[in-house]
Design a protein around this ligand. Structure first.
Ligand code: SF4
Ligand code: SF4
Ligand code: SF4
Length: 334
């Protein structure tokens, strides 16, 4: 039998979330509580906006709670309670230090995160298990991190650990760096990836030639259909008017040129430099399955290595791009 510490009892976390949400709504400490509820498909959740204590039973928790709920916070005027995983909490820290959200307006309910499912990986595993074009019709997860799926004439079990989102395998903060309440126990979070290993894939990629790297990103970006779902899903893309939507001057054309798509992606990557926390929301939202983590994480690593700046780790930090150091090796600024 597994020791309790090795389990991640999702139902206990859900119970704690409901109790905390009930207390906050009953006392009027929050006007709305944002969490997760069951979606309309198996193993799917959707954001829940709960305004009455009687409705907290809608709240759920598990490896399918992948949305980063911090994205909603700049849009709310009143007092908000919100469920945040480790990476989500770091995006909120950035929103607070960038003065987009007031800390005293938000009650943060942190969850010790066991990682979230990568749906493309899971779909591939289930398709292989089902075979012959059959699909899974029902799926659920167990308390100890196993997905059970059933379809016509087949059953499959897939350990969550084998279908985790890539961001979770390099996660350095599964427990939120800031919270008012913690649902569950810190020991139920997944293992922290050591910082010296977190960027091994970036280093390996940088070992390739410049042409090969350019070809890699060109191939990824070529598939972009400019739907901008990645921008909408990112809590840190909050500008009232995005540069891609500007008419004068027009930065990004709509003629499906690779160069236009490059401008969007490189522009967005630069706008999130020193801010991105690798929550994976943009990658999950992309209908084309585009993955630019090697680019965004390279900048995350550079911020850490050159400036000792870890995005979203410190509520007292001055944003990296809003400051300079007199001893900066590049003297062109001064
Ligand atoms: S990156 Fe970390 S905190 Fe975020 S979902 Fe994955 S394991 Fe959880
Ligand atoms: S750029 Fe993507 S990974 Fe980075 S914070 Fe935004 S949504 Fe998350
Ligand atoms: S979500 Fe994907 S397809 Fe849409 S703009 Fe972003 S990268 Fe392009």
């Amino acid at each position: 039998m597994l020791a309790r510490e090795s389990l991640r009892p999702t139902s206990q976390v859900a119970e704690d979330l409901r109790e905390i949400a009930r207390g906050l709504l009953e006392t009027g400490d929050v006007d709305v509580f944002i969490g997760y509820e069951e979606g309309s498909l198996p193993l799917r959740t959707t954001p829940a906006f709960v305004t009455r204590a009687d409705d907290v039973s809608r709240l759920v928790w598990g490896h399918a709670c992948e949305n980063n709920l911090a994205v909603y916070l700049p849009k709310f005027e009143g007092k908000v309670g919100v469920v945040l995983k480790g990476c989500d909490a770091r995006t909120l820290v950035n929103l607070i230090v960038e003065k987009q959200v007031r800390r005293d307006r938000v009650k943060i309910v942190g969850v010790p995160c066991g990682g979230v499912i990568d749906r493309r990986k899971l779909a591939a595993r289930l398709a292989a298990a089902a075979g012959g074009g059959r699909t899974a019709r029902a799926a659920s997860e167990t308390e100890d991190g196993v997905i059970l799926a059933r379809g016509d004439g087949f059953e499959a079990t897939v350990p969550v650990e084998e279908v985790l989102s890539p961001s979770c395998t390099t996660c350095t903060h599964p427990v939120p760096v800031v919270y008012d309440f913690l649902a569950g126990d810190e020991r139920w979070a997944r293992q922290v990836c050591p910082k010296e290993q977190a960027y091994d894939d970036v280093d390996a990629f940088m070992g390739r030639g410049a042409d090969e790297r350019f070809t890699h990103f060109s191939k990824e970006i070529e598939r972009c259909i400019e739907c901008f779902a990645c921008r909408q899903a990112c809590p840190l893309c909050y500008c009232p008017e995005c540069f891609v939507d500007r008419e004068t001057p027009r930065w990004v054309g709509r003629w499906r040129d690779l160069s236009d798509r490059m401008v969007f992606h490189l522009g967005r990557a630069l706008h999130t430099a020193g801010r991105c926390v690798d929550c994976g929301a943009c990658r999950r939202a992309c209908p084309a399955g585009i993955d630019l983590r090697l680019l965004t994480r390279r900048m995350e690593r550079d911020a850490l290595e050159f400036f000792g700046y870890e995005s979203g780790a410190d509520l007292e930090a001055v944003p990296l791009l809003a400051t300079y150091r007199r001893d900066d090796p590049d003297d062109f600024i001064l």
